[in-house]
Design a binder for this molecule. Sequence first.
Ligand SMILES: Nc1ncnc2c1ncn2[C@@H]1O[C@H](COP(=O)(O)OP(=O)(O)OP(=O)(O)O)[C@@H](O)[C@H]1O
Length: 325
Amino acid sequence: MSKAAAIEAVNLTKQYDNGRGCRDVSIRVGKGEAFGFLGPNGAGKSTFVKMLVGLVTPTSGHARLLGEPIGTLAAKRHIGYLPELYRYQEWLSGEEVVRLHAKLCGIQRKVADERVPRLLEEVGLGLRGRDRVKNYSKGMQQRLGLACALVNDPAIVFLDEPSSALDPIGRREVRTILARLKAQGKTIFLNSHLLEDVEALCDRIALLNNGVILRHGSVSEVIHTRTRWLFKVGGLSPLLLEALREATGLPIRLAAGRENAPDSLNGLAPIWMEAELDNEEQAGWMNALIIEQGMTLYEVAKAKERLEEWFVEAVSGLSQRGERA
Ligand SMILES: Nc1ncnc2c1ncn2[C@@H]1O[C@H](COP(=O)(O)OP(=O)(O)OP(=O)(O)O)[C@@H](O)[C@H]1O
């Protein structure tokens, strides 16, 4: 028998009374893997996670977490879950909320005494742990939710938009926490619209639309192919552009989406060119060629949003984005 995957779903389907939800979703996530679940609003991502964590009963299909059928106590023991919409007991302090979760998970008091303050510290609530939740900001509540999700030291962590309420520093902190969890061998299932975070953390991704998986693949396949580079140059003419194309053998073009003046190929105004390159060495070679041809090089930029492009390209051509009409 093959070793149990951390998450294995086969044709998992939830059809709500209004016909929405998600259909025939099959995925396999290995132990220690970080999996990114993407999709436009209403695509069915939260529904799928809620089925896996046992909060929504599937209409059909089945799934297991570390070999245990979803919805069972045995499966739930393995998981930590940060829901997209969270609400904690406002009258308790943050520390009391995490302790309550520890108690519900059957964690011994002695263990909780060590773990709860440490977790609060890790999520950046160390100084505010004694404050009541009603005085917490949205971002603080989200941090609290993360501490609750980790209190049972779960093997699989489900995070539904864990950084949506956080400021840039908070996002970076959560990214560090997730990277540490991954390094500890935990399996991470991440629903997020923050594609940079997904790109930084995840090994594989799936894209859901209208409740079905539209695409899936490894992040390296999607983003570590050729990278788009941009060069802002002065003195470019049609002749020089052609010369650059010939010298490099690359389909160099004027950059789409950049503000290039219509008559900018007259060599007066600076202009953005773009080219798909394999590596930084090629970019250096392009720089040298530009200068050699007597042009001015103002700026070189690497277009970083490969995953974003992948997402936009997959979704924008669809007649129905996200959920069915
Ligand atoms: N309890 C429910 N009853 C009926 N329809 C629901 C219910 N929960 C969700 N839906 C519908 O199912 C579809 C998928 O919703 P879901 O929340 O899973 O999407 P999502 O991909 O997580 O979206 P978002 O990115 O906006 O959070 C939507 O059309 C939503 O309106």
